[in-house]
Design a protein around this ligand. Structure first.
Ligand SMILES: C[S@@+](CC[C@H](N)C(=O)[O-])C[C@H]1O[C@@H](n2cnc3c(N)ncnc32)[C@H](O)[C@@H]1O
Length: 199
């Protein structure tokens, strides 16, 4: 898997094997007890839009924007989910310029989809776009120790807890860090749910 990986082709050919057709259970479970949120929320690498739709449905006072490089994924998201406070845009999460005032960013298998050398850029983009106190709500895909670094064991690249700590701790305070009770088939014990607050 390289940085010129053709995401668009995978959606067009309907071979997006990472897409389970519904919101990731860890996020769904966490949302249940959350109070209402107002402000703008971005979902980078939103794919067919399941997480963005779940958040828009739960937080009707928020404006939720899903962003993805793939035109096909964005079109399918737009056709699949319609809420007055939800929009899907084709675009590059890293390309947005200027300072935003986001109340939250929702991460699900975008961080593990970008080349690892871009992870600091992801962190800096999230930090810049969030308001102080804004939340990065993330389901991080992890490789278990025995397969970490195995390029054949995807979805594309995993990461380790020490790497996450080293990357995010300076700019973000960890409010929640837990192995989700529920996960998609094949992802059990391979995910880490974290809520990180922008310092
Ligand atoms: C493994 S898929 C996950 C999609 C979705 N989050 C899901 O779980 O179904 C990774 C997604 O990130 C998108 N992506 C990769 N780099 C991106 C970038 N720089 N900006 C926006 N989207 C990006 C890809 O097009 C792809 O849809």
């Amino acid at each position: 898997m390289s940085d010129d990986f053709d995401w668009e082709a995978r959606y067009r050919e309907d071979t997006a094997g990472w897409d389970f057709g519904e919101v990731v259970p860890a996020l769904e479970d966490w949302l249940v007890d959350q109070p209402p949120v107002t402000g703008e929320v971005v979902v980078p690498g939103c794919g067919r839009g399941h997480e963005a739709a779940a958040v828009a449905n739960k937080w009707p006072e928020a404006v939720v924007v899903g962003v993805d490089l793939s035109e096909t994924a964005v079109r399918e998201a737009q056709e699949g989910y319609i809420f007055p406070n939800l929009r899907y845009d084709t675009g590059d999460f890293f390309a947005a310029s200027g300072k935003d005032d986001l109340v939250a960013i929702i991460e699900h298998t975008c961080f593990c989809a970008i080349p690892p050398e871009l992870r600091p850029v992801y962190r800096d983009t999230a930090a810049r776009r969030l308001r102080a106190g804004g939340l990065l709500i993330a389901v991080f895909y992890l490789h278990p120790e025995e397969t970490e670094g195995d390029p054949d064991d995807g979805p594309p690249w995993g990461c380790s807890v020490p790497e996450l700590n080293g990357l995010f701790d300076e700019l973000f305070e960890t409010l929640v860090s837990q192995v989700p009770a529920r996960a998609f088939e094949g992802r059990k014990n391979r995910e880490l749910f974290r809520v990180l607050r922008r310092r």
